[in-house]
Design a protein around this ligand. Sequence first.
Ligand code: SF4
Length: 336
Amino acid sequence: MKHLFGPVRSRRLGRSLGIDLLPDKICPFDCLYCEVGPTVRRTCQRCEYTSTAGILQEIDDFIAQEGAAGVDVYTVTAQGEPTLHTGLGRVLRHLRQRGGRPVVVLTNGALLHDAAVRQELAAADIVVPSLDAARYEAFLRLNRPEPGFDLDGMIEGLLALCAEHPGAVWLEILLAAGCNDSEEDLAALAVVLCRLPPSARHRVQLNTVTRPSRTAVVHPLTLERLQAIASQLQKHCPLPVEVLATAPVAVNTKDCNAAVADPALPSHSPWENQAERIVQMVRRRPCTAEELWAALGLAGQEAPSRALLERLVVAGRLRRQCQGAAEFYLPGTGVS
Ligand code: SF4
């Protein structure tokens, strides 16, 4: 599968089948915390970056072969920013008509000033836009947009989306220690939050860095600090402000590829067929072994599953990175 990956388990969404609209990391931003890696092309230019017909065909093939029984939601996303693809509206309508499950879009919000983009997003059941900073200094530091990017326009677009969208909007704010969590930064965010239209469908979710960044070392906030900030912002916000991170989060990262177990697998193994799916999943997001096994239906078959991961590490298709107590798999040096 070129555009589809998973289903992966998502804390918020359950079993999520990912639909990646872009062929590469194309994005208006180059966020410090990005799990995909450095932006290859930083742009706000909309375009049919890959064939929309090809994406629709892959969706149809998946539904025909596997059905929707193992899927809770379809999540339209990208290695970069999915609203850059001009086929977005067609893909969303297709999923609504054929998928039989809610459709979610993850977006960094950069193009929300564009009424045509908001109109296309209207076909999604849930839109999850991001706004990490409302102050230019923090925005430039953390999100590293293309030169001349209009943060104020993006914020107005976000407010318009919240007022217009017929489904739910879950606004995500990712906070990174020392980047966008100063009192000044929080005060600027509060000014935006107090302008959100009241709605029973919408909510605000605070998150922090929980997986390895492939771009830079970024430090998370503690759960206690996130909860304190949620209480602080809630005073200004007509929507519920929730903390998304549920477990204590890591404070440091280290490479942990040294200990490699026996990578032997039976040569005829059906596990071989899972290798490509694993590589495609971690290209979009670093995953723990448990997340990969759950996504691929391999839970309870630890020995051959671990052997497959080790084999991919030895082959350079995966590498491991520890963040706090958790060990993640990322694309290896042999994967572009
Ligand atoms: S985190 Fe999202 S918005 Fe930021 S660079 Fe990565 S893909 Fe783009």
